[in-house]
Design a protein around this ligand. Sequence first.
Ligand SMILES: O=C(O)CCC(=O)C(=O)O
Ligand SMILES: [Fe+2]
Length: 265
Amino acid sequence: MLTSVQMAHFVAHGSLRVDAVVPEEMNAEALGVLAAGIPAVPYGTPVPQAYPEGSFARRLVELPVVAGALRSLVGPEPTIDHHAVHIREPREGNAQPLHGDAIIDVRPDAFDVQLMYYPQDVTLDMGGTLSVPGSHLRRTNETDTGRYQNLLGQTRLVCPAGTVVFLHHGIWHGGRRNDSDAVRYMFKIRFNPTVRQQLLWDTADLDDPAVAEELQRGFPWYEGATARLEIYNRIKLWRALTGDESFDLEYWMTRSSNRPQRSAV
Ligand SMILES: O=C(O)CCC(=O)C(=O)O
Ligand SMILES: [Fe+2]
């Protein structure tokens, strides 16, 4: 299970990365499995139906660290929205534009999680997935951000084999250009929650001051003032995740939601 500090990290960054969590034998197996392709399933298919017992994908999502993170973020029995094997071809000469996946989405208090699994070591020239930390709560629609070429603080994934990244569905991201001679594989699964996303993680450290520190993290591409709205959005999401309607950072939301109804006359 994730801790509250890790959840706060996810709420601030829009992602959580776990390096080399998938064992070597599975990574070796994955290259063949992903090259052959994993057939699509209908939207909303429960995990046991989408991935039969013993299948590669089922074993992947049942690895204890992966299962614990999913359970913490989307809860038990999520359904598969869709999945896809994403390949960046060797020296293919182009990158994907920056985008959010399938978003025309206005939910402030619930989110889908996208798992991205990399079976190989991904080096800087292999077209790792670029993402923009802290972009997930800033509403844009699909590829409307595609005109942005580079943002300060963006990360281009470089990782050891077996790395899994969990992403909020709103994160701005895109596959980069593969300048290497190797095919780059990534397997993505989007999960839809089927329960309220509230207190699903290991909450023992809920009052740890590191939670508020994580939630207030700034990113270099943010504007001076609008950046504060991102913190505001995170307060809203943290309230939904914890059920604590009085949670605040520096009194911001308490002040701006103050609409007294008591009449003085
Ligand atoms: O290949 C990648 O690294 C990202 C792929 C992706 O984001 C997509 O196709 O939606
Ligand atoms: Fe994408």
